[in-house]
Design a binder for this molecule. Structure first.
Ligand SMILES: NC(=O)C1=CN([C@@H]2O[C@H](COP(=O)(O)OP(=O)(O)OC[C@H]3O[C@@H](n4cnc5c(N)ncnc54)[C@H](OP(=O)(O)O)[C@@H]3O)[C@@H](O)[C@H]2O)C=CC1
Ligand SMILES: O=C(O)C1=N[C@H](C(=O)O)C[C@H](O)C1
Length: 256
């Protein structure tokens, strides 16, 4: 039996992940870490409920985190220190925090994965964008998310910017005009990211390239949080065999 601690279980992703775990006879939602007591009623009897890191007791194979940017580093560090393999879906980790967690994972011999996006099509969008960036070096990103999203740019956009930069792309002339209240413009690794929050969207991103006299756009749209669930399952299947902390679900999909 694979035992799972789900942090952020009462949130939008947490609820979708609970349904996925329940479909697997050999996976158990053994514990949840919640923010508020009011959310506790909906869990199976065998699920332990915790509200603070220092309350947590028991052994778990996997720590699945879908909480908040301000919480995720502390959670991931705690999981690794206690030899629970982390699957980090929560956005907002900085590059320095990721490096610190990777070192901690090596020391504790407890690997796992930071997956900025669990959607298979989003992973492919990032992968194809990295390929395109070798041939079309003027690139920018637009991301649109639901209005409840607390952080911008999205974790996916930041990872895409890193991939594009590594392939040699940059935004030729970043547009520094002021944007309206629902939009933000940020330069990350030399790539301009426009972030918008708009009702009706879950998660959308396009990567836009321009060469002389030609453009290329690679776009991906998550229409429902169910789009993330095949990636969540892949991560749960593989996380507890990891000895290092991977970044990006592509590393579990055999993409090179
Ligand atoms: N990797 C991926 O593919 C995806 C990643 N995400 C990311 O996952 C995260 C969660 O997204 P989403 O489910 O939409 O957000 P929600 O706000 O719906 O859920 C977050 C949950 O975490 C809870 N929470 C907050 N602080 C703590 C804490 N200290 N300990 C335990 N739980 C806590 C919140 O409780 P309360 O509301 O009571 O504060 C809430 O229930 C975000 O960072 C988002 O970007 C989202 C979709 C896909
Ligand atoms: O908050 C969300 O919803 C999402 N967050 C992740 C991100 O920051 O990239 C993944 C996906 O875009 C949905």
């Amino acid at each position: 039996m694979k035992t799972i601690l789900l942090a952020g279980a009462a949130g939008k992703m947490g609820q979708a992940i609970q349904q996925v775990i329940a479909k697997h006879d050999d996976w158990q939602l053994s514990a949840v870490l919640l923010h508020h007591p009011s959310a506790q009623s909906a869990f199976p009897a065998e699920t332990k409920i915790f509200y603070k890191l220092d309350e947590i007791q028991g052994d778990y194979d996997v720590w699945l985190d879908v909480t908040r940017p301000e919480t995720v580093f502390q959670n991931a560090a705690w999981a690794i220190e206690h030899h629970i393999h982390p699957i980090i879906g929560t956005s907002g980790l900085t590059d320095d925090q990721i490096q610190t967690l990777q070192q901690a994972a090596l020391k504790a011999k407890t690997g796992g994965i930071i997956a900025p996006n669990f959607s298979i099509s989003a992973v492919l969008m990032m992968y194809f964008s990295g390929l395109a960036a070798k041939f079309m070096s003027n690139a920018s990103i637009e991301e649109i998310h639901h209005p409840d999203k607390v952080d911008a740019p999205s974790g996916t956009a930041k990872m895409t910017a890193a991939i594009l930069a590594q392939a040699g792309a940059a935004t030729a002339k970043p547009d520094d005009r002021r944007l309206d209240g629902q939009s933000q413009s940020n330069l990350v690794d030399g790539i301009q990211i426009i972030s918008k929050r708009q009702a009706g969207y879950v998660a959308y991103q396009s990567v836009n390239f321009a060469n002389d006299y030609e453009t290329l756009s690679i776009a991906q749209n998550s229409l429902d949080r169910k789009s993330f669930m095949s990636g969540v399952q892949l991560a749960i299947k593989n996380a507890d065999q990891q000895t290092t902390l991977l970044v990006g679900l592509d590393k579990m999909m055999g993409l090179k």
